[in-house]
Design a protein around this ligand. Sequence first.
Ligand code: 1DF
Ligand code: MN
Length: 386
Amino acid sequence: MRRREINAGLAAALAAMSMPAAAAKPSRGKERETTMTHELKTGGDRGYLRIATEEAFATREQVDVFLRMVKDGTADKGMVSLWGFYAQSPSERATQIMDRLLELGPQRIAHMDATGIDKAILALTSPGVQPMLDVNEAKGIASRANDYLAERCAAYPDRFIGMTAVAPQDPEWSAAEIRRGAKDLGFKGVQINSHTQGHYLDEPQFDPIFRALSDTGQPLYIHPATLPDSMMGGMIDAGLDGAVFGFGVETSYHLLRLVTTGIFDRYPDLQIMAGHGFEALPYWLYRTNYMFQAGVRSQRYARLKPLKHDLFHYMRNNFLGTCSGLPFEPAIKLMIEVMGEDRVMYAMDYPYEYVPDEVRAMDNLAITDAQKKKFFQSNAERWFKL
Ligand code: 1DF
Ligand code: MN
């Protein structure tokens, strides 16, 4: 049943992308074969390597703390909804994802091989250690996750690349961990899972994190988290709190807070990445920029001061987008048009998204060969400095 729904959705998506009718035809039985346009192989047989830039892993002790928080009542509503589900549900989706999150070995490599993914850029799954109330516990779990990831990257040096996990609850410690990740562990970026217990990175106490990113020349990937309780409203009752919608609301809000308070005037070389079609911000850019400028000119908000540039400038000089969870041609073309072809990268979002036909759809994108190579390979090499 689930499989059929997925494939019906995919067929519709492929039809919308004006794929050949035969490839897009709704399928029964051996679905994989009927939608398959080509085999997926690693090694660059199509003229590019595929580098997936938003790939998740978990550690057992991390998930155990999530579960403890769900059970002892210290978890926020989003944690109860998200990890109460993944860590406890007997459903096929939850059990499979848990199994895949906890593995950084032969199974993951086999899944990468089967979908033609040459390299995975890995990060501790959302929300990392950011909701953990005992800061020492959070720091211990983050640093052990970083050590484990470094060891796994060393075991598969041409397949795995790491991003540092931090505990923004302690910004100075996080800054030191970013330097350790860059210098000792060989990591190529930092992932922060949006807000930390309702706090956003534009708040001044987080400046040491940006200083460390700037000193090490590393990009920051802002990955979604669930909405803080103060913003949750009726989202859970509506079934819209998670990756379906709430993630994007929260993360796009975070990205806008950073840019509108001048993070890139303070750190002009900083690069901030986000997935899911850059959380829809390219679509909104004209309106966001227009209304932001109007608010600044009329001095409507004490906090909003004139910036050196308009929001179009930061979108094309400091922000980078990936197609995680959004292998959707119209959205990717819009990102390329608005952000520039050097600023859009491929991501699968394994294990939350593991659909071979999505990779094929991305191979079949109606963009130039040069753009496709940038999308799958060279933009990731450039911005993560691989
Ligand atoms: C989900 C999706 C969960 C994404 C994630 O981390 C995640 C999900 C907990 O489907 O519940 O990273 N995602 O990025 O789309
Ligand atoms: Mn993700």
